[in-house]
Design a protein around this ligand. Structure first.
Ligand code: CAA
Length: 284
């Protein structure tokens, strides 16, 4: 099957990045949000990122305009009926994702591929909500989607060879390097990233070192672009806590047990960059 139209469910941080990427690569994209307000915010984020791409010399103004014209926003799931592939990028909540897959299964063509951008939840559970489990897989992008070169594909026991090959070609066609993981908690990247980030929070919580020194240590000592606490602010404390809690629930492995400080910060609304405050202050 040739993919021409991409449906995206959710226009948050990840969804908007996927929409932008697919539109830039020539696909017609239909993105669905739950209400007009969220949709407007998501579309504004795409415009901002495209403007940044133009400013950085990565995208011509003409290509930006053409990409923008390929994007259609909606609040109706039924508008994804024409999608060859639908990518779910809602929040990390399994029950919500399962209900979205059930809806997608009902509204999309029977031959369409259904994918989840989940960063840690069981894709098999989502597949089980559909009548086409062989056409379901994980397509985990990284933030910021237009910039990060990786796409982590998640192949379940049920994913068919044809679906895997079509989705792989689609991902590589979006300029990404593809890696493949089993449907195991956290897949490849988050199975390694989450314990590392939680350890950094514990280190700070235990007064081992200042947050700046923890971040500088990793940035300059290991040449990472961001230290772990800056990265946590970037990904979102709430998102990271969701992921850690889900991984802990599934594995009961103490490496995924969230430190109290992280939980309290999320309750207090310190979500990182998106809320203006996390480990660092972004209000200015
Ligand atoms: N569109 C296109 N290109 C863009 C762009 C945009 N909107 N914004 C930036 N770029 C390009 C820039 O032109 C630049 O390209 P060159 O290197 O070719 O010049 C590159 O992207 C870097 O941009 P900047 O120089 O403006 O910014 P920076 O150097 O401060 O880097 C960053 C920003 C890419 C975010 C970098 O800090 C980084 O890589 N951080 C780590 C990000 C990371 O780890 N992400 C994964 C998070 S985990 C996740 O997503 C998964 C999960 O499940 C939790």
């Amino acid at each position: 099957m040739e993919i021409k139209t991409v449906g995206v469910v959710g226009c948050g941080l990840m969804g908007s990045g996927i929409v932008e990427l697919a539109a830039k690569y020539g696909y017609t994209v239909v993105v669905r949000e739950i209400n007009d307000d969220f949709l407007a915010k998501g579309l504004k984020r795409i415009q901002g990122s495209m403007a940044r791409g133009v400013e950085k010399g990565k995208l011509s103004a003409a290509d930006r305009d053409a990409a923008w014209a390929r994007i259609k926003g909606t609040t109706q799931m039924a508008d994804l009926a024409g999608a060859d592939i639908a990518i779910e990028a809602a929040i990390e909540n399994l029950e919500l994702k399962k209900s979205i897959f059930k809806e997608l299964d009902a509204v999309t063509r029977p031959d369409a591929i259904l994918a989840s951008n989940t960063s840690s939840l069981a894709v098999t559970e989502m597949a089980s909500m559909t009548k086409r489990p062989g056409q379901v897989l994980g397509l985990h992008f990284f933030n910021p989607v237009p910039v990060m070169p990786l796409l982590e594909m998640v192949r379940t026991f049920l994913t068919s060879e044809e679906t895997y090959q079509t989705a792989r070609k689609f991902g590589e066609g979006l300029g990404k390097t593809v890696i493949v993981s089993k449907d195991a908690p956290g897949f490849i990247v988050n199975a390694l990233l989450i314990p590392y980030i939680l350890d950094a929070v514990r280190m700070y919580e235990n007064d081992f070192a200042s947050k700046e020194d923890i971040d500088t240590g990793i940035r300059l000592g290991l040449n990472h672009p961001m230290g772990p606490l800056t990265l946590l602010d970037f990904v979102g404390l709430d998102t990271t806590l969701f992921i850690a809690d889900e991984m802990f629930k599934e594995t009961k492995d103490a490496r995924f047990a969230a430190p109290t400080l992280l939980r309290r910060m999320v309750t207090a609304g310190y979500l990182g960059r998106k809320s203006g405050k996390g480990f660092y202050d972004y209000s200015k």
